[in-house]
Design a protein around this ligand. Structure first.
Ligand code: SF4
Ligand code: SF4
Ligand code: FES
Length: 878
């Protein structure tokens, strides 16, 4: 550490960082706009000025930008020097010249970095009396709102969007003294991470358009720490509610997981919680019924029926365990299709056996050579793609290091590296968004992808088996071998055991980290919990061993072909479903119990990294919705901690999930943690039209959080942070004040506990079953699943903003005898479907891509239940 003197007081600062970073890490108040911990410094706004002195005897000093000056040993600076204070006041006055006086109607008001910095700088009177510069705003689609008059030209948006997230449809356009930040014409922002603009922009230019439809100020919402339910990465979020409506999702910083950023599906998919397709009360034989009658019916079926249960990879561990406890472990079935359960089980076995360790998303960013085998991660595990985009900068950073350019000096590093990219090799059935930053790509059928993987492993270690030489294999092997932090990414997308084996072989041979994606938010947790195969549930009913099926948060029509599910549900005398949204499965239910979403219940998910993370109820709904585990629980369970204690006792592989967050008994100085910002922030009384007194908040037996603004004002541990706020820091930039060091872990440790570590000192044995090379067939196509960030996920499809962006399901082929856009008939084991055709030259001959995970659409049978890859025919309809 370096000793830096600020206004004559010594502070310990990281010498590899800049002075702004050091001052903020020390809790000193220094305003800034263009700098961001994830983006580095460019010195554009001039707001972070300090006075630097040669030594302690220098009385004059010179004004420097703290974000552009290293925190070198013995540096003397002043924040409070009158000349530099006046300089900063002048800067903010200049930035505010054209800024409109519209805070009261601005969606950013009350959580605006510009407001915070204006107050911090002491600018409180506007002298400018002339006409302001104005712009035309753009319609950027259903997710992000644009109000350009509020811009202060900090350039953060374009630096984030273009340089960090890889978008190219947002830019800075300049003419004379005017700079415009937007698209070249109106249109939907194309980048999958566009929603982060809402938090990156320090003013109200980019705001959350979905919030606009049911707006509430930050101080009027109550929040809870939550975990994204839209893929298996487990990004941490804060969910905000008002009057029983979920209003928005914002990023909850977790240094090891999502850092500062979410994907758009995770940020905007929340609106399914407010969907009209929600169940708000129990439904018995098609009619709404009371909770008491529903519970009586459930108890009667348990007492008199031969009951089996089907769990769910999108339900919490607690909900799955409650069902398992209710029906008994021998009658509890995994809610994952057999094929997928087998693949996920295989991945977990590989990761537990080791020696490869599954990396965190932050570690992925640090990797300096990456090999992706079989996964379109932008569409399957989106936030991971953002991390991989940062990883390709790692190797070129060595150029900057050799030139002694500090890595936080963003433009300096970019000038030095000249856009050079480190090794990234992508082998997938079809072209992916990440291909644009790849060193080389290879598009082939899953079996050929696996063969490439085996060949790479062999090139790294001749004792690893291989069937043939691929020219690309040597190149990939060389890159992985030369890297200090190599990484292999694979997963279940190709539904191929061989691909998973091949990825493991490469990781073993390269001594690389290994990351497997998983399909749903709790696929890993549900698989670790175990259960009989899903097909055994059907068999039990057909054999007369079961007459009652309880289905937990699971649309079985997404797991198996419709005809199979139809005959299974028809054969069961009694079908009881707990779920949130109406689905083809709930249509077949005798009893539907309204299940709480992540916003109305507490629970634990295990991410694909193997991190158990707790999400907490944001609000208590004013209807019959209950957390699934509460519908199913035995009388002896009174709180979430009771469920967790039994999980720990019954399932050693899940024993550590108790530690994912503090128990309900946790207090800070005897006080709970408030879900709502405290009263000095100007909160409007809940029932202000009736009474200015707040109604008594509900009790929360399951967590140390209160449904109120009452409680501790201390900062809670990471797993319990409902919102980021500190005195003077109302915007999301308050995150800085929770970190040990700016951009580092949250004080006290990041949220979650890793429960998937490789066994110590285990040897490794290569997998050796290499599939034969893919042979195209005459008149048939190998149908492989094609994933879409907007469309393939079950829940986010019901969010209106996302629904506008959902890709129309289609089949894609590389064929010159078929015509783009025409409707074709696709026949395979799952049935016959009519779908629009897309021509994609990137697909290998004989391989067709089929949109995965879509609900029934007009004229199109459900596509989700087909087990792919499968051979099928594609023909023009007769
Ligand atoms: S739009 Fe926002 S982020 Fe972009 S330059 Fe303007 S103020 Fe900065
Ligand atoms: S990457 Fe996955 S977990 Fe993260 S925000 Fe997106 S959908 Fe949610
Ligand atoms: S934050 Fe330093 S110049 Fe903008």
């Amino acid at each position: 550490m370096a000793t830096v003197y600020v206004d004559k007081k010594p502070y310990q600062m990281n010498p590899d960082e800049n002075l702004l970073h050091g001052c903020l890490s020390q809790g000193l108040k220094l305003p800034y706009f263009c700098w961001h911990p994830a983006l580095g410094s460019v010195g554009a706004c001039r707001q972070c000025a300090v006075k630097q002195f040669k030594d302690e005897h220098d009385a004059h000093g010179r004004i420097v930008m703290s974000c552009m000056t290293p925190a070198a040993e013995g540096t003397h600076i002043s924040i409070n020097d009158p000349e530099v204070s006046a300089f900063r006041a002048g800067i903010i006055e200049g930035l505010m010249l054209n800024h409109p006086h519209d805070c009261p109607v601005c969606d950013e008001g009350g959580e605006c970095h510009l407001q915070d910095m204006t107050v911090m700088t002491g600018h409180d009177y506007r002298r400018y009396e002339f006409e302001k510069r104005t712009f035309r705003n753009q319609n950027m689609g259903p997710l992000v709102n644009h109000e350009m008059n509020r811009c202060i030209q900090c350039y953060r948006c374009v630096r984030y969007y273009r340089d960090y997230a890889g978008g190219d449809d947002l830019n800075a356009f300049a003419s004379r003294d005017t700079v415009f930040f937007g698209r070249y014409e109106d249109g939907v922002l194309e980048n999958e991470f566009s929603g982060n603009l809402v938090e990156i922009c320090p003013t109200g230019v980019f705001t959350d358009k979905t919030l606009k439809h049911h707006y509430a100020r930050k101080w009027d919402q109550q929040f809870a720490p939550s975990v994204c339910v839209h893929c298996a990465l487990g990004c941490n979020t804060n969910a905000g509610e008002r009057y029983g409506t979920l209003r928005r999702i914002v990023n909850r910083y977790n240094h090891e997981v999502n850092g500062y950023f979410l994907c758009d599906r995770g940020r905007f998919g929340y609106e399914f919680v407010n969907s009209e397709r929600r169940f708000h009360q129990p439904v018995l034989e098609g009619r709404p019924t009371s909770v008491a009658l529903a519970q009586r019916h459930l108890a009667e079926r348990i007492a008199n029926g031969k009951v089996i249960g089907i769990g769910s990879p999108r339900a919490s561990l607690e909900a799955n365990f409650a069902l398992r406890t209710l029906v008994g472990p021998d009658r509890f079935h995994s809610g994952v299709a057999d094929d997928q359960a087998r693949l996920v089980g295989l991945m977990l076995e590989i990761l537990r056996r080791g020696p490869m360790r599954t990396p965190t998303l932050r570690e992925i960013e640090q990797c300096d050579a990456v090999f992706i085998l079989g996964e379109d991660i932008t569409n399957v595990a989106p936030r991971m793609a953002l991390s991989v985009r940062q990883s390709v900068r790692q190797q070129p950073m060595e150029i900057a290091k050799k030139l002694k350019i500090p890595l936080w000096l963003d433009h300096g590093v970019r000038d030095a590296t000249q856009g050079a990219k480190g090794p990234l090799y992508i082998a997938t059935p079809y072209a992916t968004r990440l291909d644009e930053v790849a060193t080389a790509t290879f598009h082939a059928a899953p079996d050929d992808l696996a063969r490439l993987g085996f060949a790479v492993a062999h090139a790294l270690d001749s004792s690893a088996p291989s069937a043939e030489d691929f020219p690309l294999a040597d190149e990939v092997a060389r890159a992985l071998k030369a890297a200090e932090r190599p990484l292999v990414i694979s997963g279940t997308s190709c539904a191929s055991e061989a691909v998973i084996h091949a990825a493991a072989n490469v990781a073993m041979a390269a001594h690389a980290a290994l990351s497997y994606t998983a399909p749903e938010c709790n696929t890993v947790g549900a698989t670790l919990m175990g259960g009989r195969p899903l097909s055994a549930a059907s068999q039990a009913v057909q054999d007369g061993n079961a007459d009652t099926v309880i289905i937990l948060e699971n649309d079985l029509y997404r797991r198996a072909p419709a005809a199979e599910v139809d005959s299974f549900l028809k054969a069961a005398a009694h079908v009881i479903v707990l779920d949130q949204l109406a689905s083809p499965t709930t249509e077949k239910a005798e009893l539907i119990l309204p299940a709480g979403t992540f916003a109305e219940s507490d629970g634990t998910f295990v991410s694909s990294e193997g991190r158990a993370q707790r999400f907490f109820q944001v609000f208590v709904p004013q209807n019959d919705v209950l957390a699934s585990w509460r519908w199913l629980k035995p009388d002896r369970w009174h709180s979430l901690d009771d469920v967790l204690a039994e999980i720990s006792d019954a399932l050693p592989q899940l024993a550590a999930v108790r530690c994912a967050a503090p128990s309900a008994a946790f207090r800070i100085a005897g006080a709970k943690i408030p879900r709502a910002p405290h009263r000095e922030s100007g909160r409007t009384a809940m029932l202000v039209n009736i009474n200015v007194s707040e109604p008594k908040p509900p009790d929360d037996p399951d967590s140390p959080l209160s449904f109120s603004m009452e409680g501790t004002s201390e900062k809670p541990p990471a797993a319990l942070i409902p919102f980021f706020w500190s005195p003077s820091w109302n915007s999301i930039q308050a995150t800085n004040t929770y970190q040990k060091e700016i951009g580092g872990p949250i004080r006290g440790g990041d949220a979650g506990v890793r429960i998937l570590e490789p066994a110590p000192a285990n040897g490794h044995a290569y997998f050796g079953t290499i599939p034969p090379a893919f042979e195209p067939r005459n008149g048939e196509w190998l149908l492989v699943p094609m994933y879409h960030i907007f469309g393939s996920d079950e829940l986010s499809q019901s969010a209106p903003g996302i629904a506008e962006l959902v890709v129309k399901p289609h089949v894609a082929v590389n064929a010159d005898d078929l015509t783009e856009g025409t409707e074709v008939e696709v026949s395979c084991a799952g049935g016959t479907f009519r779908l629009p055709l897309r021509i994609r030259p990137d697909l290998p001959r004989g391989v067709a891509g089929l949109s995965a995970g879509f609900p029934p659409l007009a004229g199109i049978t459900l596509l989700a239940g087909i087990t792919l890859p499968a051979w099928g025919k594609i023909a023009r309809p007769k």
